[in-house]
Design a protein around this ligand. Structure first.
Ligand code: FAD
Length: 415
């Protein structure tokens, strides 16, 4: 039966990154199987806004368009933002970014992760050339004639030429491939919640660096904000346990300066959850007939909202490298092809990850306040630095994959 079929690509993990990669590769004409351990949750637009929300860059939007999922996403709740404001804890330095200054329609879009994942899943289901294997999971990885064979929990075996590892931050497949990681525990947790302010969020992604860590207010379509508040672990746990009114009062006090100019107060909050904050960088993104993408390859601090954006650019970069290899009649799983992908995406993600790590380091200790203010005021006055920052954060710098820069998939396939 299907056990005998050999796929060009087996993607392990249908999170946002793995599902996007499977869509792009299937739309590029490769035969694709995708394996996912858990059935994705149906997105219900009548349900409360989910706790996991991400800021998707224009580059990520272009990738989701090429994957065929954006049309469905934009028909549901989402919020484009055209302004971003970053400030030091005492508001002595403020950096603002406005989309039109940089020739962009918007700087990003706030969308619930579940909507993106569900839209990609439905796109996969509607597509020919993709076999969805769910729920099932990879138990063991073997090689036959140098090519991967995935042994699944169900007893099935899947043969492929290339294994795309997208099984998230705790990737077991990365470990099976023997790829190590550098790992930083920040000793912090990111508290997420949806809050209502006295005056609705005017469509600004706003972030302040405070003593305990950064807090971000991301705009939602209904005028509320999705927050990510980074705090040392013990403090995060204390904040989680507070009753809603006390939590709102503490949050309001922490961001008091901004709330005055917004203007308003934190009037209510929804459920809260906290996620541990880490940075993980894999020593390699490629192994024999296998590549790592998304959180399986790299995890970054969420302060710049880049995790899933980097992963979607990995997916686009992989599609580009494989399409080019095929048009040169080269092996899509050959060492040269995979090293090209790994050199490109690893250097790009490390620049971003280490940049975010450095920014975080600069903002934490009070002793670095003078240096921080100097750096921030230089950035706030330099259009060139701001433009370079925005282009990279938008996924539109010149090393970004063609699909992220807005090249249509049909044009990529013609090259
Ligand atoms: C508080 C917080 C805020 C964030 N905000 C942002 C933001 O604003 N912008 C941004 O870009 N990023 C943000 N991120 C990061 C972002 O959430 C992640 O980078 C992204 O979700 C990773 O997606 P992924 O598909 O790589 O991995 P995952 O979402 O972890 O998906 C992995 C999938 O693999 C499946 N799987 C695992 N093992 C197996 C197996 N053995 N067999 C089969 N299937 C398997 C899992 O079930 C899962 O579906 C944030 C993160 C945090 C913690």
């Amino acid at each position: 039966m299907m056990n005998d079929k050999k796929f060009d690509v087996l993607v392990v993990g249908a999170g946002m990154v793995g599902a996007a990669a499977a869509c792009l590769l299937a739309r590029s004409g490769f035969s694709v199987a995708i394996l996912e351990a858990r059935e994705p949750q149906v997105f219900d637009s009548n349900a409360a806004v989910g706790l996991r929300v991400s800021a998707f860059s224009p580059g990520a939007q272009a990738v989701l368009t090429a994957a065929g999922a954006w049309r469905q996403i934009e028909q549901q709740r989402h919020c484009h933002y055209r302004r971003m404001r970053v400030e030091d804890r005492d508001e002595s330095v403020v950096i603002t970014f406005n989309a039109p200054e940089f020739g962009l329609e918007h700087l990003g879009t706030i969308i619930e992760n579940q909507l993106v994942q569900w839209s990609l899943w439905q796109t996969l289901q509607a597509m020919g050339g993709v076999e969805i294997i769910c729920p099932d999971q990879l138990d063991a990885l073997e090689y036959e004639n140098d090519e991967p064979v995935a042994r699944l929990q169900s007893g099935r075996s899947i043969h492929c030429r290339l294994l795309v590892v997208a099984d998230g931050a705790n990737s077991t497949v990365r470990k099976m491939l023997g790829i190590d990681q550098d790992y930083w525990e920040y000793g912090q947790q990111g508290i997420v919640s949806v809050v209502e302010t006295g005056q609705p969020n005017p469509g600004i992604a706003w972030q302040r660096f405070m003593q305990g860590g950064p807090v971000a207010f991301l705009p939602l379509q209904d005028g509320r904000s999705s927050i990510v508040w980074s705090q040392p672990e013990a403090e995060a746990q204390r904040l989680l346990k507070l009753d809603d009114d006390t939590f709102c009062a503490e949050l309001e006090q922490a961001v008091a300066g901004e709330i005055k100019t917004w203007p308003g107060t934190v009037v209510s909050c929804g459920p809260r959850a906290a996620f541990p904050l880490t940075m993980r960088l894999s020593h390699s993104y490629a192994a024999s007939h296998a590549v790592l993408i998304g959180d399986a390859a790299h995890v970054v601090h969420p302060l710049a909202g880049q995790g899933v954006n980097l992963g979607l650019l990995d997916a686009a970069g992989l599609a580009e490298v494989l399409v080019q290899a095929r048009s040169r009649k080269a092996d899509i799983a050959g060492e040269k092809t995979l090293r090209k992908f790994e050199r490109w995406r690893r250097s790009e993600t490390e620049v971003m990850a280490k940049g975010i790590h450095g920014i975080r380091g600069l903002f934490m200790p009070e002793a670095l306040a003078p240096l921080r203010r100097l750096g921030l005021s230089l950035v706030s006055r330099s259009w060139t630095v701001k433009e370079a920052f925005i282009k990279r954060a938008a996924g539109r710098n010149r090393n970004a994959p063609a699909l992220a820069r807005g090249v249509a998939l049909t044009d990529l396939l013609r090259t």
